[in-house]
Design a protein around this ligand. Structure first.
Ligand code: NAD
Length: 494
């Protein structure tokens, strides 16, 4: 890339926006300038989609042996590992998250490429018994075609990797549109794909606002699959637009995730992980355990301890080694979190800690202090809505059935946890929860080998695991009669 603002990657070329328009990216921790990137126009997006279509129809990538596509992904993983520090720094500057968290994300991203690299050729389809020795009936998996990939700002490259890696493993072509506030690691990833000589047009990158750069990816007739991670309202718009062309739609939306603590749980582990569940990455995690549902017999002590520990959490920028959590992404987002907490309190919740923007040392960033709201009822908007910030609401229960009912009382269904030392309770509750990932005596770990996705309004489809690859393919049944014969249905007139 010679022109530093030529940050769109279209048809194998780094190009500026056709309008010349750019966007300044700043670090949410202190407002420092991070970089200037191109803002795609509708025309740029059109060119990217058509380039992906040509690349897909040209078959240079789709027809490459699956094992070679897998090897390519393993090479991507190797480069990501080798350049981890550079990628993590870029992610930390765009998001404001702590460098150590961004480094952890980069490890997960390399692991994702490695996983899909290893399973790329493990998906040959299957033979079907047609009940006739002269017939060979098989189901094969074809690449779905041209994919529109739209991702959010909280785990910018991780969410992109969950889509890019399986799309490449499957033999698809794609146009990636990362969140407008956090574009830099997507640019770096495209440089890596380009450097490893991915055929031109297979991977395309457009940057910019959702309405201009993102919307065509759900409405353009040349897109076969739109895979989106982000908020519920945007997901609904995307699904509506995609419905017109009957596109395949994959949605990873929000969550309102229950963290159930029974009285017999390992107290210290449950307490420590309740903090992690709700406040890791300032709660900017779709699976954040922001609904603490604690058994009434320990509730008072548990919440008092949680509040004390939450009050000790140190906020700071990416490179502040004393910091334990970072800022929110923007002033606008912090305004939403502030309003969400205000409405929760108005509806009867009690503010136990937080509810502020930090001290004078935080004035240049979009910080929001770890917050606990107790005395919450099921009707409280803070319990119903995804706050997407460092805010834990507290509800209490007395029986197992009540805990399950409270935890399932949400339109979302992304993730949840149960803390107990009773294996029977753990097993029963984990099976009854209507959420896509359940942790027993833990919170947050996920594995690239295991499916990720939601029940209810948390989404459609699954990322990661074998299903995460299948999402980027379409099954095709090939029925071959090796002994063609006249059927006799419509006999020739005598
Ligand atoms: P968002 O919906 O505002 O934006 C996500 C992406 O969609 C961005 O790239 C944005 O530019 C784009 N976009 C906006 N309007 C669009 C349109 N009309 N057409 C096409 N694209 C459009 O979400 P966000 O605020 O960036 O991210 C936060 C949300 O993401 C939260 O709700 C969170 O729970 C969710 N999330 C879910 C998962 C998951 O795995 N389920 C993971 C991370 C984040």
């Amino acid at each position: 890339m010679t022109d530093p603002t030529a940050t769109l990657f279209i048809d194998g070329q780094w190009v500026p926006s056709s309008s010349g328009e750019t966007r300044e990216i700043t670090c949410p921790a202190d407002g420092a300038a991070v970089g200037t990137v191109s803002e795609a126009t509708a025309e740029d997006v059109e060119r990217a989609i058509l380039a992906a279509r040509r690349a897909f129809e040209g078959r240079a990538w789709a027809d490459r042996p699956a094992a070679e596509r897998g090897d390519f992904l393993l090479s991507v993983a190797d480069v990501l590992r080798a350049r981890k520090a550079e990628f993590a720094r870029a992610e930390a500057l765009d998001t404001g998250k702590r460098l150590v968290e961004a480094e952890g994300d980069m490890d997960d991203i390399a692991a994702c490429f490695r996983y899909f690299g290893k399973i790329a050729d493990q998906h040959p389809g299957r033979l079907v018994d047609a009940g006739d020795a002269s017939v060979i009936s098989r189901v094969v998996h074809e690449p779905v075609g041209v994919c529109g990939l739209i991702t959010p700002w909280n785990f910018p490259l991780l969410q992109a990797a969950w889509k890019v890696a399986p799309a490449l493993a499957a033999g698809d072509a794609f146009v990636l549109k990362p969140a407008e506030l956090t574009p830099h690691t997507a640019i770096l990833l495209m440089e890596v794909l380009d450097g490893l000589e991915l055929p031109a047009g297979v991977a395309n990158l457009v940057l910019g606002a959702g309405a201009v750069a993102g919307a065509p990816l759900s409405s353009h007739p040349e897109i076969d699959l739109v895979s989106f991670t982000g908020g519920l309202a945007t997901g609904r718009r995307i699904a509506e637009a995609a419905a017109r062309d009957i596109k395949t739609v994959a949605l990873e939306l929000g969550g309102k995730n229950p963290n159930i603590v029974f009285a017999d749980a390992d107290y210290e582990a449950a307490l420590d992980n309740a903090l992690n569940a709700g406040f890791l990455d300032s709660g900017l995690v779709c699976s954040a355990g922001t609904r603490l549902i604690v058994q009434d017999t320990i509730a008072e002590r548990f919440v008092d301890d949680l509040v004390a520990r939450a009050g000790d959490i140190v906020m700071g920028g990416p490179f502040d080694e004393a910091a334990q959590t970072g800022p929110l992404i923007s002033a606008e987002h912090r305004e939403k979190v502030t309003d969400y907490v205000r409405r929760g309190i108005e509806a009867g919740a009690r503010l136990r800690t937080g509810g502020n923007h930090g001290g004078p040392e935080h004035a240049d960033g979009y910080f929001y202090a770890p917050t606990v709201l107790d005395r919450c009822t099921a009707e409280n908007p803070a319990v119903i809505e995804e706050g997407f910030g460092p805010v834990i609401t507290v509800e209490t229960f007395s029986t197992e059935a009540e805990a399950i009912a409270i935890a399932n009382d949400t339109e979302y269904g992304l993730a949840g946890a149960v803390w107990t030392s009773d294996a029977g309770v753990a097993n029963r509750v984990s099976r009854r929860l209507r959420h896509g990932t359940i942790w027993i005596n833990d919170y947050h770990p996920y594995l690239p080998q295991a499916e990720w996705g939601g029940f209810g309004k948390s989404g459609i489809g699954r990322e990661l695991g074998p299903s995460g690859l299948e999402e980027y393919t379409v099954p095709k049944h090939i029925y071959e009669n090796t002994e063609p014969a006249v059927s006799g249905w419509f006999p020739r007139p005598a």
